[in-house]
Design a protein around this ligand. Structure first.
Ligand code: PMV
Length: 310
């Protein structure tokens, strides 16, 4: 049989990070410009995974390794034996930077096995399988990464509630800029927790305000109003500054994007470093230049296509 090639996209949080920990909504979107790939072809050896460019730690896969686990649970779900085949993985998604690289690789694996075996694997089943693997990586993940990545659609998410797809009425072009500064989401989440515990009267209103901005953002997406969405991003960034999760470099990049004509910009994910996002229309090139001049180490452009007919 010929080689079967499948892929899965990255994801990024658009609104509501941190507040989502306190039962407020968050919005995450697929990032089609970054992809994990899985190629599967017949081999004279028993089923094995080759993951050379995902880093050495993914080589020499043991049965309990999450990638192999994803393959084995896909065979199990499809009720098939593992064929003599090799599954080659590669990815352009930076790891450990809030872009959902783990969920994307798992999704590409499930898709490759189903396609190679000529089996139907529903999105619902794939989502469940990927979620189980996410639990090995992350303990108790929210489920937002696997859902955005498997369904390839913007998601509105409230903790412990069913995820909702967002109908997006206009194409949205995002620039994702990396500060180059590694930051641990866990530390930022812990510091916000301390603020909530020691200064609840100042902090809870900020968290609730972020929730309201996220609600408004959902409406702006559904109504196809990118300008309004951009303003909501700026307001969300200001509230995240109050939660102390921005950084001088994130603030610099946000300011540079806005001065260069972005519709809006904010940090994305855990903060204190990591990525920021800028929503752009016809000024994408100017904004990209401004971000690089302001010190971004990498800028990725991606479009979230509209999901409603015009
Ligand atoms: O690591 P990311 O970019 O997927 O996002 C972390 C989001 C937080 O709200 C800060 C933490 C969380 O667990 O929701």
């Amino acid at each position: 049989m010929d080689v079967v090639q499948t892929q899965a996209s990255a994801k990024i949080i658009l609104f509501g990070e941190h507040a989502v920990v306190y039962q407020q909504p968050a919005i995450a979107v697929p990032v089609f410009a970054l992809q994990a790939h899985a190629d599967m072809q017949a081999s004279d050896k028993p089923f094995h995974i080759i993951a050379t460019d995902l880093g050495n730690r993914l080589m020499g896969l043991a049965q309990d390794q999450p990638l192999m686990q994803m393959a084995l649970s896909t065979f199990h779900a499809l009720q098939i034996e593992a064929p003599d085949a090799s599954l080659r993985l590669s990815s352009t998604i930076p790891m450990a930077s809030g872009l959902g690289s783990g969920a994307a690789v798992s999704t590409a694996i499930g898709r490759a096995i189903a396609a190679y075996s000529n089996c139907d694997l529903s999105a619902e089943m794939l989502n469940q399988l990927v979620y189980q693997i996410e639990q090995i990586h992350h303990g108790t993940p929210s489920g937002i990464d696997n859902t955005v990545i498997v369904y390839e659609q913007a998601i509105y998410y409230v903790r412990n509630q069913p995820l909702k797809m967002i109908e997006n009425a206009s194409d949205l072009t995002l620039l994702i800029a990396d500060t180059g500064q590694a930051a641990l989401t866990k530390v930022a989440v812990g510091d916000v927790r301390k603020l909530v515990e020691t200064q609840p009267e100042q902090t809870m209103p900020v968290i609730e305000a972020i929730g309201q901005l996220t609600e408004a953002a959902q409406s702006a997406m559904q109504a196809g109003q990118p300008e309004a969405l951009g303003q909501l991003m700026v307001a969300n960034h200001e509230q995240l500054q109050r939660l102390t999760v921005s950084s001088p470099q994130l603030d610099r990049l946000v300011a540079a994007a806005i001065s260069a004509g972005a519709l809006g910009a904010k940090l994305s994910g855990g903060g204190r470093g990591g990525n920021m996002i800028a929503l752009v229309d016809d000024k994408a090139e100017q904004v990209r230049e401004a971000l690089l001049t302001a010190g971004a180490v990498r800028v990725i452009q991606t479009t979230i296509p509209r999901t409603t007919q015009q």
